[in-house]
Design a protein around this ligand. Structure first.
Ligand SMILES: *[C@@H]1O[C@H](CO)[C@@H](O)[C@H](O)[C@H]1NC(C)=O
Ligand SMILES: *[C@@H]1O[C@H](CO)[C@@H](O)[C@H](O)[C@H]1NC(C)=O
Ligand SMILES: *[C@@H]1O[C@H](CO)[C@@H](O)[C@H](O)[C@H]1NC(C)=O
Ligand SMILES: *[C@@H]1O[C@H](CO)[C@@H](O)[C@H](O)[C@H]1NC(C)=O
Ligand SMILES: *[C@@H]1O[C@H](CO)[C@@H](O)[C@H](O)[C@H]1NC(C)=O
Ligand SMILES: *[C@@H]1O[C@H](CO)[C@@H](O)[C@H](O)[C@H]1NC(C)=O
Ligand SMILES: *[C@@H]1O[C@H](CO)[C@@H](O)[C@H](O)[C@H]1NC(C)=O
Ligand SMILES: *[C@@H]1O[C@H](CO)[C@@H](O)[C@H](O)[C@H]1NC(C)=O
Ligand SMILES: *[C@@H]1O[C@H](CO)[C@@H](O)[C@H](O)[C@H]1NC(C)=O
Ligand SMILES: *[C@@H]1O[C@H](CO)[C@@H](O)[C@H](O)[C@H]1NC(C)=O
Ligand SMILES: *[C@@H]1O[C@H](CO)[C@@H](O)[C@H](O)[C@H]1NC(C)=O
Length: 411
């Protein structure tokens, strides 16, 4: 009797972790083709390029593919071909499931307890990497394949001939932040792939940019075969392009793994002119995760921080070695990163987590003044998912969860 009760309770907890009705929701926006054409006619596109020297690199290019388990990606011939030309990060982790929270977290330092791919918006008092880069005039942008016009805010955009998925908002890291989409200049920096070709040709690529291929090319609606082939084909000419390669670091990664019950580690390669020849084809076993994108950018340009999970994240060795940052060991034995926490998006009775406004990042810099000014009166509650200075509750919550799960499986 007791077993039956707990088994049922477990199933209920598993399916409806924290009660559905309390989840925050937002209205969606999905314009029809006529409106898309109308908006496209007035949309602005900006080419913004500056040359702010970094301490290790001058350009950072981030490419995200989709939903593939580590070994599946590592075993594909096209990925092996790329790995020979770079450093494989064999201890790089996604943060949670599904896609959207990973993308959101990679530019804002938290996923705010998001656990779905629906249309969401992050309030305007939350800052992102855009604010950090702007503080020193470092140019940035995003290129999203098949986005119908710069700054498009629709939920998706289908292939107009076949109706297949092409562009999806959930794979666009910055567009969900009000601090980004309420700013017309910022929208004009979020562009389609055709603009990448143009910016490359004009030598007007920004210094930091994110690349999202369409839903076929990124592997989401296809397979590792398609994604790896796309990555190799797309990168091959770029790896030979002197302008593109100069002091450039390219990070090729996956948003998350595929099998939710296994450790959420993703195959990741560092490429580009910043990778020294003697390290090509080698592996780096340092622990990294999607927050390392933020900490590495901060360390490279000696930027202030967001007061969130960017603060303590390990920095890619290419940059860490040149900025005298010693990365920390993280014990991943019990790490799965396959669920969210009780917070803002999951539970409408919980407010946004405040950043830690006294935090100092790995390069010794404080929280951006604008963020301090906005949040100074609010108690710095917690840094969710901090692996380095975990509060006892975070750790025990994680361990309890695992214990519960394995107990229920073995009984
Ligand atoms: C929301 O969070 C509060 C505070 O942690 C908790 O008491 C409540 O049970 C949560 N609600 C749901 C539906 O999980
Ligand atoms: C594009 O730029 C023009 C001129 O600055 C401005 O008037 C217009 O509002 C902008 N369009 C959008 C959609 O932001
Ligand atoms: C994705 O991009 C490729 C070109 O890179 C294009 O051929 C294809 O039509 C696009 N969309 C779909 C749904 O395949
Ligand atoms: C709007 O975006 C631009 C480019 O990122 C930035 O320089 C500017 O400060 C932003 N404006 C506001 C009010 O945040
Ligand atoms: C977006 O870029 C693709 C190339 O990736 C191109 O085929 C398409 O025409 C572009 N769309 C627009 C609206 O510029
Ligand atoms: C997370 O991983 C654990 C351990 O493998 C597994 O038992 C559990 O079902 C997974 N949780 C989700 C939400 O997938
Ligand atoms: C960083 O330094 C470590 C220790 O000296 C070395 O093993 C590693 O190859 C270096 N990595 C890079 C990218 O320079
Ligand atoms: C790192 O340490 C070396 C040796 O002490 C020093 O020359 C260099 O200036 C330091 N670099 C930075 C970015 O602090
Ligand atoms: C990691 O944690 C596990 C479980 O607590 C422990 O058995 C193992 O020794 C730890 N590994 C290291 C290298 O500290
Ligand atoms: C906030 O940052 C300060 C300075 O690094 C640190 O001492 C403190 O523990 C952090 N607070 C939290 C809640 O993590
Ligand atoms: C941040 O914005 C949210 C949503 O508008 C609001 O509830 C919260 O009070 C704001 N917090 C601060 C410190 O501005």
């Amino acid at each position: 009797m007791q077993f039956q009760f707990s088994a049922l309770a477990f199933v209920a907890l598993f399916l409806f972790p924290l009660g559905h009705c309390a989840t925050r929701s937002f209205s969606s926006y999905n314009p029809d083709p006529t409106d898309v054409a109308k908006n496209a006619a007035t949309a602005n596109t900006t080419q913004l390029t500056w040359n702010v020297r970094g301490r290790a690199i001058d350009r950072f290019v981030v490419i995200w593919l989709e939903n593939t388990d580590y070994n599946k990606a590592a075993g594909h011939p096209d990925m092996k071909w790329l790995a020979k030309r770079g450093i494989t990060l064999d201890n790089y982790w996604a943060l949670t499931h599904p896609s959207q929270p990973n993308y959101v977290a990679s530019v804002g330092g938290d996923y705010f307890a998001l656990d779905h791919d629906e249309y969401v918006t992050v309030p305007k008092n939350v800052s992102t990497i855009a604010d950090l880069l702007d503080s020193k005039g470092i140019s940035w942008g995003e290129y999203l394949e098949d986005m119908p016009y710069s700054g498009y805010q629709g939920f998706e955009y289908l292939n107009q001939k076949t109706q297949a998925n092409d562009y999806v908002r959930k794979h666009n890291p910055l567009i969900s932040y009000e601090s980004v989409f309420l700013n017309e200049t910022r929208l004009s920096l979020i562009k389609n792939f055709s603009q990448f070709e143009r910016d490359l040709k004009d030598h007007k690529l920004p210094q930091y940019f994110h690349i999202t291929p369409n839903m076929t090319n990124d592997g989401h609606d296809s397979s590792i075969k398609t994604a790896a082939h796309w990555a190799r084909s797309w990168l091959t000419p770029l790896l030979k392009n002197k302008h593109f390669m100069k002091n450039t670091l390219v990070l090729l990664t996956f948003d998350e793994n595929e099998i939710y019950s296994t450790q959420n580690q993703v195959f990741t390669i560092l490429l580009g002119g910043a990778v020294p020849d003697h390290l090509k084809g080698t592996k780096d076993h340092t622990f990294y995760d999607h927050y390392s994108l933020l900490s590495s950018v901060e360390a490279n340009w000696d930027l202030d921080n967001l007061g969130r999970n960017d603060v303590n994240a390990n920095v890619f060795s290419t940059i860490a070695n040149k900025t005298n940052i010693t990365n920390r060991f993280v014990n991943t034995t019990y790490m799965v990163n396959n669920h969210t926490y009780n917070g803002y998006f999951l539970n409408s009775s919980i407010s946004l987590p405040a950043p830690n406004i006294t935090a100092i990042n790995r390069n010794g810099k404080p929280v951006l003044q604008k963020i301090k000014d906005t949040w100074k009166d609010v108690y710095s509650s917690q840094l969710s998912h901090s692996y380095f200075t975990p509060t006892t509750t975070t750790v025990s919550a994680r361990l309890t969860n695992l214990a519960t799960v394995s107990a229920s499986v073995s009984s």
